[in-house]
Write a protein that binds this ligand. Structure first.
Ligand code: 5AD
Ligand code: SF4
Length: 467
C-alpha cells in the first residue's frame, strides 16, 4: 500500500478485555498528539504495538506466536519498531527483552512515556518502562475510538484492582486500585454523546468499589451509584452500561439507581466463578453461594427483567465432582443468559500458584468445562425463549451479519436482536404515541432507537419485528 502522507504510522493489535480496548484508544490518542496516524496495514507501519493479556496461559501463547510472525517485517522494513504493551509487558518484561524480538516493553501505567520510548528504541537499545503507578488514570486523555460502529464507547472509571482473588494475575499486572475524577468521566461521556455516541460502558476491574474524594476539598465524595446517576443525567438518549461488578461489593444503592433510570441498561455482568463455597473460599472471592443468590434475588426484586451474565472457571485447585455439580446447579438456579467459561490456568506468582497444587487433571478440567458449556447453551436458549413476545427498546448498532437488509442492536438486557432495516410504507407504529425519541417510520439508521418484538430466537439472538 502507498503512503498517502508523511506522518509516521502505528499499527496496533489488542488482546484481552474491554479495558485493554480502551487502553489502546488511550495509546492512540497519546501517539496522535505526536503526529502518528493509525494504520490497519502493518507493512506500512513504522511502529507495531501489541496490547497484551496475561489472564490465562493460552492468551500469552497466542501473543508469543504473533511476535514470531512480526520477525520478517522487523527485518525487512528497516527501522520498524515492535513494542509489547499491556499486562504481559508488565509480567514478562525480561523474557520479552531476552527474546531479542521486541524493541520496546511498556506496562499499563507507562503509556504517557511511549513517545519517548519510541524515539529511543532500536534493536540494540530496547526500551522498557513498567513502573506501576498509584495515581495514573489517564483522566485528561480523550481516547481515539477504535470501535467501528460510532455508537458505543468505553470509558474507564478506574484502574487496577485490590481484590487479590487467588487465581488472578491482574493485581500484579495492573497494580493497585485507583478511581478517576468523576468530572472528567462525565466530561468524556458528554463529549462522546455530542459526537453521536448513544451508549457508553463504564469500565473498571471492580466498578462497585469506585470511590472519589477530592484531595483538596475532602468533601463531595462520589461512589459508584452516584457516578452512575451523574452519567445517566447527561441525556435520556444516552444509554449507560458498566462492567465488571463484584458480587461482594454491589450495593443496594447501585441496584436502586439502576432501577430509577430508564437509560441505565438492565444488565449486570456478575462473575460467580464457582457455585461451591469451598472453592469460592479458596479462590478468595469473599462471598458465599448464599450471598451471591441473595444479591441475584435483590437485583430481580428491583428489576425483574435484568439480564445476568457471568464468568465461570472449571477445574480450580482441588475441585471435586461435587464442587463441579454445585456450579452446574447454581447456573440453573440463576438462569444466566450468557457466560464466559474457562478452564483454570495457573498463573505464576498468584496466591493459588503459591498455595495450592494445580491438581485437577487437564482432561477432567476439559470435560467439566464442556458440561458447563452444554448447560449454558441450554440456559441461553431457554432465557431467549422466555423473551418471545416481549417488546423491547433497541439501540441500532449495525447491519446484521447474515442479511444486509437487516439490522442488529442490543436490548436493555444486552441481548442481541435482529430486525428489518425499514418500516413498511404506511405502517403506524404505536410507539410514536408512547415513547419520545424513538424512530417509528421509514428507513432506520445506526444510532437510532427502535421498539421491537421478539418473534423467534436461537440461543444467541432474538429475531424481532418492528412495532
Ligand atoms: N484461569 C482461568 N480463568 C481465569 N480468569 C481470571 N484468571 C483466570 C485463571 N487464572 C477468568 C475469570 C475472570 C475472567 C476475566 O477471566 O473468570 O472473571
Ligand atoms: Fe484485561 Fe486481565 Fe487480560 Fe489484563 S490480564 S488484559 S486486565 S483480562
Amino acid at each position: 500500500m502507498v503512503n498517502n502522507n508523511n506522518s509516521p504510522k502505528v499499527y496496533i493489535e489488542t488482546y484481552g478485555c474491554q479495558m485493554n480496548v480502551n487502553d489502546t484508544e488511550v495509546i492512540l490518542s497519546i501517539l496522535r498528539k505526536e503526529g502518528y496516524e493509525r494504520t490497519e496495514n502493518m507493512e506500512e507501519a513504522s511502529i507495531i504495538l501489541v496490547n497484551t493479556c496475561s489472564v490465562r496461559d493460552n492468551a500469552e501463547q497466542r501473543i508469543w506466536g504473533r511476535i514470531e510472525q512480526f520477525k520478517p517485517i522487523r527485518k525487512n522494513n528497516k527501522g520498524t519498531i515492535v513494542g509489547i504493551v499491556g499486562c504481559m509487558a508488565e509480567r514478562l518484561k525480561d523474557k520479552l527483552l531476552e527474546s531479542h524480538e521486541v524493541d520496546l516493553v511498556a506496562g499499563p501505567d507507562s503509556y504517557r512515556k511511549l513517545p519517548t520510548l519510541i524515539k529511543e528504541a532500536s534493536s540494540e537499545h530496547p526500551q522498557i518502562d513498567i513502573i506501576l503507578s498509584k495515581e495514573e488514570t489517564y483522566d485528561d486523555i480523550m481516547p481515539v475510538r477504535i470501535d467501528k460502529n460510532g455508537v458505543s464507547a468505553f470509558i474507564s472509571i478506574m484502574r487496577g484492582c485490590n481484590n487479590v482473588c487467588s487465581y488472578c494475575i491482574v493485581p500484579y499486572t495492573r497494580g493497585v486500585e485507583r478511581s478517576r475524577n468523576p468530572r472528567t468521566i462525565v466530561g468524556e461521556a458528554r463529549e462522546a454523546f455530542r459526537q453521536g455516541y448513544r451508549e457508553i460502558t463504564l469500565l473498571g476491574q471492580n466498578v462497585d468499589s469506585y470511590f472519589w474524594r477530592d484531595k483538596e476539598t475532602a468533601d463531595d465524595d462520589v461512589n459508584f451509584a452516584q457516578l452512575l446517576e451523574m452519567v445517566a443525567q447527561i441525556d435520556p438518549m444516552l444509554r449507560i452500561r458498566f462492567s465488571t461488578s463484584h458480587p461482594k461489593d454491589i450495593s443496594d444503592e447501585v441496584i436502586y439507581t439502576m432501577g430509577m433510570y430508564e437509560n441505565i441498561c438492565k444488565h449486570i455482568h456478575f462473575p460467580v466463578q464457582s457455585g461451591s463455597d469451598r472453592i469460592l473460599s479458596k479462590m478468595r472471592r469473599r462471598y458465599t453461594r448464599e450471598w451471591y443468590l441473595e444479591r441475584v434475588a435483590k437485583i430481580h426484586s428491583v428489576m425483574p427483567e435484568c439480564g445476568l451474565t457471568t464468568d465461570i472457571i472449571s477445574g480450580f485447585c482441588s475441585e471435586t465432582e461435587e464442587d463441579h455439580k454445585q456450579t452446574l446447579s447454581l447456573m440453573e438456579q440463576v438462569g444466566f443468559y450468557y457466560a464466559y467459561m474457562f478452564q483454570y490456568s495457573e498463573r505464576p506468582g498468584t496466591l493459588a500458584a503459591k498455595m495450592y497444587p494445580d491438581d485437577v487433571p487437564p482432561e477432567v478440567k476439559t470435560r467439566r468445562l464442556n458440561e458447563i458449556i452444554a448447560l449454558q447453551n441450554k440456559l441461553s436458549l431457554k432465557s431467549n425463549e422466555n423473551d418471545l413476545g416481549k417488546i423491547m427498546k433497541v439501540l441500532v448498532e449495525g447491519t446484521s451479519k447474515r442479511n444486509a437488509e437487516e439490522l442488529c442492536g442490543r436490548a436493555s438486557n444486552n441481548k442481541m436482536c435482529v430486525f428489518p432495516d425499514r418500516f413498511p410504507e404506511g405502517f403506524t407504529s404505536y410507539s410514536e404515541f408512547e415513547i419520545p425519541g424513538i424512530v417509528t417510520s421509514g428507513k432506520i439508521n445506526i444510532g437510532d432507537y427502535v421498539m421491537v418484538k421478539a418473534v423467534s430466537c436461537t440461543s444467541a439472538t432474538l429475531i424481532c419485528e418492528l412495532v
